[in-house]
Ligand binder design. Structure first.
Ligand code: PMP
Length: 368
């Protein structure tokens, strides 16, 4: 009998993650508006701290990330540093959550237009991904609650959500948590939370502070401009944090990354400028798309640093994607996520936003 090496069947079932592209098919480097990075770059203080980290390239990083946890806890209204978990991007934390709480025979629940890592994290551990329907692209809490079964072990809810940019209120999240069984972990993925306005608080940290089964995740990849360093973190009960620590890689956040992240937290001016830039140009862009509404275009109302534009007229999303690529703008076309009619477009620099909107307008007029 011949024996062949085969991955587990649930690994075979994984559709690979498709990263945002940064070059065209013919190798041209163009404006990259496909991965929701910060168009203002990185804070100078964070960059300097990162460079200082090179002084200890020969040593393993602090495996307990003590200074980083202290800085995170202090910057977020006095969280308990012992309950901060950190990862190689918040992606790792999502995988740790699925790995610690779900396995074969279990279900992992999220919304239909959810972050594409959730089904991968579920399948990787042999669990079944379950998708609840949306309500006109927004998260439908009633639909999520209706899809909770005795097998549900993890619920992923991104707020704001990617790729839709939609926001779920604190009252709705509290309602979902009230319906979440005690043996199921509710993960509130706040990768874009720093783009919310002051006073917009979904209550996730307060929930994680008191509930045993809530994990909040955050990232340094978006507003903090440190996507290349791969640093994310989470906040949960001591028991959840303990479980995640057991299965994380021992030295999962680099020294330079820890130093850069601490400095980035301290540069509140850079964060405020990034938030203001995003709010201003997102609003401008949404107005531009609204003015093309009679041609079948609409932008899903976004609270994040990107906009999901739906093409429901003569110009298709695929044509727009290709035309933008030709013109020097890479955005995210999402047929693999059930959105063949949608483009997710990162809010870039003023020049990029204006330039890209002008290209869309020209294409719409040519198609009309
Ligand atoms: N969650 C959501 C909703 C995201 O959009 C992203 C980034 N695409 C992540 C988590 C992961 O980000 P990172 O691993 O860079 O922290």
């Amino acid at each position: 009998m011949t024996q062949t090496l085969a991955p587990k069947p649930w690994i075979d079932a994984i559709a690979p993650y498709v990263p945002g592209r940064s070059t065209t098919d013919d190798g041209r480097k163009v404006a990259k508006l496909s991965s929701n990075e910060n168009p203002l770059g990185t804070s100078e203080a964070a960059r300097a701290a990162f460079m200082a980290g090179a002084a200890s390239l020969d040593r393993y990083p602090d495996a307990s990330a003590a200074d980083l946890r202290e800085a995170i806890a202090a910057a977020h209204g006095g969280l308990d540093p012992a309950r901060v978990i950190y990862g190689t991007g918040s992606d790792e934390i999502l995988h740790l959550a699925a790995g610690a709480y779900a396995g074969q025979g279990d279900e992992v629940l999220f919304v239909r237009y959810g972050f594409s890592v959730y089904p991968i994290a579920a399948r990787r551990v042999g669990a079944t991904p379950v998708q609840a329907p949306d309500a006109d692209y927004a998260t439908d809490i009633d639909a999520l609650i209706a899809h909770i079964t005795p097998k549900t072990r993890v619920i992923f809810l991104a707020n704001p959500n990617n790729p839709t940019g939609t926001y779920t209120s604190g009252a709705e999240i509290a309602r979902l948590h009230a319906a979440t069984p005690a043996d199921c972990l509710l993960v509130i993925d706040q990768a874009y939370a720093e783009y919310l306005e002051a006073g917009e608080d979904d209550g996730a940290f307060a929930l994680a502070q008191s509930a045993a089964n809530v994990l909040v995740t955050r990232t340094f990849s978006k507003i903090y401009g440190l996507a290349a360093e791969r640093i994310g973190w989470g906040y949960a009960s001591a028991a959840v944090v303990d479980a995640l620590h057991r299965i994380r890689a021992p030295f999962n956040v680099t020294t330079a990354g820890q130093m850069a992240a601490i400095a980035a937290l301290g540069d509140t001016g850079f964060v405020a400028r990034s938030r203001e830039h995003n709010a201003r140009w997102r609003a401008w862009f949404e107005d531009e798309i609204a003015s093309l509404g009679n041609q079948g275009l609409r932008a899903v109302p976004s609270k994040a640093n990107f906009s999901l534009v739906l093409f429901e007229g003569k110009l298709t999303a695929e044509q727009a994607y290709k035309g933008l690529m030709e013109a020097g703008y890479i955005v995210r076309w999402l047929p693999g996520q059930g959105l063949p009619h949608g483009l997710r477009i990162t809010i870039g620099t003023e020049e990029e936003v204006r330039g890209l909107a002008a290209v869309i307008r020209r294409m719409v007029e040519a198609a009309g």
